[in-house]
Design a protein around this ligand. Structure first.
Ligand code: BYC
Length: 315
């Protein structure tokens, strides 16, 4: 392709983005845009699937049948989100098996938050409230992402995440209004999940390497710090409402900026977890590898059936 026709394609592409016209799978797109989307969407898909593990850990120990049914449905929803997202990567030409191998071989990232353990039932409340709450804050703007299949997948994902956030808050509210031991359990879960939830939004704007380009392409609509601030502003009053305290002695409302100010985030901890050294990284990847191995017979049976069927159709 000669340089002038490439320039024309690039300028048509950017003007579509500037005019809020969605990019669809068969449209021309710069290779870097395609690769950025495959990177982000596959990391997001892996997060949904790995994210089933910390909560799956509590399905058999939910305190009653209603809680068990709700948690089971929530974890199944996360599986569904993962599947839409892997499908979205396939519309960009990615190979799902390859992406999953990348996760299993430690070449792919997934959200740092899922490398923390779930130690008590209250953690189910904290995850729904804080982790799904942070996920919604980050994902609602993704419903307006410039890439059509990702944006459309996000609409349904956000509806389900919103239900998840409410069920988590309701668990926390019940515990916070329960016995002193239950309230203590809720506070302990908030203490352990607060900072990791803030880290979910990614490195601060000064060090985020992808944000500027992703915003130009309207993949991202806000910076990591903007979304983190929105989350803090929305969540601190919710904690106060149920009588819990966020674990930050320096948090203060600034009446001029109309935002909360927080202590600095421990970025060293964040990068340790992202780079594979969090409390549960090895356990999470091992569980996913084991799940794939356990499912071999299902894939083999499906493949044998498909082959037999196509032979019958051809005959
Ligand atoms: N954990 O330049 P940056 C959910 C990586 S919710 C691990 O800011 P970008 C769920 C980043 O990938 C969670 N890695 O990147 C909820 C990049 O590394 P590479 C999933 C992180 O992409 C409840 C490097 O740091 N949500 O699924 O512009 C129940 C530099 O970062 C993290 C999504 O994935 C992190 N927290 O912005 C069940 C939403 N943060 O790729 C499931 C979609 C950053 O250069 N993703 N990194 O090696 C996004 O919105 C963006 O990718 C991010 C990061 C805001 C996360």
């Amino acid at each position: 392709m000669n340089p002038s026709s490439l320039e024309l394609l690039e300028s048509n592409f950017q003007s579509k983005i500037d005019n809020e016209i969605k990019i669809e799978p068969k449209d021309w797109m710069p290779d870097d845009y395609r690769q950025t989307l495959i990177r982000q969407i596959s990391q997001h898909a892996h997060s949904e699937i790995v994210g089933m593990l910390p909560e799956g850990n509590w399905i058999t120990r939910a305190p009653n049948l209603r809680r068990k049914a709700v948690l089971l449905a929530k974890v199944q929803d996360e599986a569904g989100h993962g599947l839409y997202l892997y499908s979205a990567t396939e519309t960009l030409g990615a190979d799902r098996e390859q992406l999953i191998d990348d996760l299993h071989e430690g070449r792919a990232k997934y959200s740092s938050i899922f490398n923390y353990p779930t130690l008590s039932w209250a953690d189910m409340g904290a995850i729904g409230w804080l982790v799904d709450g942070a996920a919604i804050m980050n994902q609602v703007p993704l419903c307006r992402c410039s890439y059509g299949p990702y944006a459309r997948a996000m609409v349904r994902v956000c509806k389900e995440e919103s239900f998840h956030q409410r069920q988590g808050f309701e668990i926390m509210m019940s515990l916070a209004n329960g016995s002193p031991a239950q309230k203590e359990m809720a506070q302990d879960a908030l203490n352990r999940f607060w900072w990791p939830a803030l880290m979910m939004f990614g490195p601060n704007d000064a060090t985020s390497k992808h944000t500027a380009q992703s915003m130009k392409w309207k993949i991202k609509r806000h910076t990591n710090d903007e979304l983190r601030q929105q989350f803090v502003d929305a969540t601190v009053p919710q904690a106060e409402l149920i009588g819990l305290t966020v674990p930050d002695a320096n948090i203060v409302w600034n009446d001029e900026t109309k935002h909360y100010e927080t202590s600095p985030i421990n970025w060293d901890e964040f990068w340790q977890v992202v780079n594979g050294n969090g409390p549960c990284n090895k356990e999470r990847v091992a569980a996913r590898k084991q799940a794939k191995e356990n499912g071999t017979w299902v894939r083999d049976a499906a493949m044998a059936y498909a082959k037999k069927r196509s032979a019958l159709v051809a005959a």
